[in-house]
Write a protein that binds this ligand. Structure first.
Ligand code: DGL
Length: 279
């Protein structure tokens, strides 16, 4: 069999601090299975959500540069914390200076754009990491699409550690999930739409659903991000034409591969065999 010319493979990069971006990758693969992908989880340094702006920017930049060096021209930050704290600087400084022709997209805008078709009361709840909440990125984007919409933002500092440690379906998770949802609904009982503003949170979805009032619609981001990527590729033939279409996924992690492979296989519902890298 002829060897593949690796220099011609141009995968799409998908980056997260850890396992959360797999919830986005899963939807991307369901919508756009034809492309090649590289998933990179910085599990060794997760969580990002409690880290400072500068640290999140540095870690994200290192990961994006790693993916660029592996042939990705387009990288999706499948991480709200990185999207909130690093996306703009990457787009406005790093890329024009060092990587012209490359692109980085985030997850916040596609999520916010879906709100007007979901909410009736105009009252939105956001559950996210401390980093995302304190950046007020969602509040700022929501104000741009509809200044009358009200958004209540609540930090959930324990939720990512629960997922990263594999405790997302254990009884201990119930306490932390219920506590934050009770706080959110007590702050604004008119909320009818809840954004899971962290890509790790869909892994806690059965518990989140259990403690959220039935009339509240819960928005996980994977579907919106996948649709928005599809739309982006249609509008940017210069990126789409170059993206290789072998239908492969390569997994990279900065942590132990055994743990990554078993949890990632569970989340994706298919076997994962990762490679450890150092950023
Ligand atoms: N999954 C990420 C997010 O969407 C990051 C979580 C973290 O590392 O704290 O925010």
């Amino acid at each position: 069999m002829a060897e593949k010319d690796l220099s011609r493979i141009e995968p799409i990069g998908v980056f997260d601090s850890g396992y959360g971006g797999l919830t986005i990758l899963k939807e991307i693969l369901a919508h756009l299975p034809q492309y090649d992908y590289i998933y990179l989880g910085d599990n060794a340094r997760a969580p990002y959500g409690t880290r400072s702006f500068d640290v999140v920017y540095d870690f994200t930049r290192q990961a994006v540069e790693e993916l660029f060096s592996r042939g990705c021209r387009l990288v999706i930050l499948a991480c709200n914390t990185a999207s909130a704290k690093a996306l703009r600087t990457l787009q406005e400084q790093l890329i024009p200076d060092k990587y012209p022709g490359h692109r980085v997209l985030g997850v916040i805008l596609p999520t916010v754009e879906s709100l007007s078709s979901t909410t009736k009361t105009g009252h939105i709840g956001l559950l996210a990491t401390p980093g995302t909440v304190r950046s007020h990125s969602y509040k700022l984007e929501v104000a741009k699409i509809d200044p009358d919409m009200s958004i209540t933002e609540i930090e959930c500092p324990m939720w990512v550690p629960l997922v990263e440690s594999g405790e997302f379906d254990g009884p201990g998770a119930d306490y932390f999930v219920k506590k934050r949802i009770d706080t959110l609904m007590a702050t604004d009982p008119q909320i009818d739409t809840l954004i899971l503003g962290c890509t790790h949170y869909p892994l806690l979805l059965p518990k989140i659903r259990k403690y959220t009032p039935e009339n509240v619609t819960i928005l996980a981001q994977g579907e919106f991000v996948a649709r928005s990527l599809e739309n982006y590729l249609q509008r940017h033939p210069e990126i789409e034409n170059e993206a290789s279409k072998g239908g492969t996924v390569e997994f990279l992690t900065t942590e132990n591969t055994d743990k990554f492979d078993s949890l990632a296989s569970l989340f994706l519902g298919s076997d994962v065999s990762s490679t450890r890298i150092i950023l």
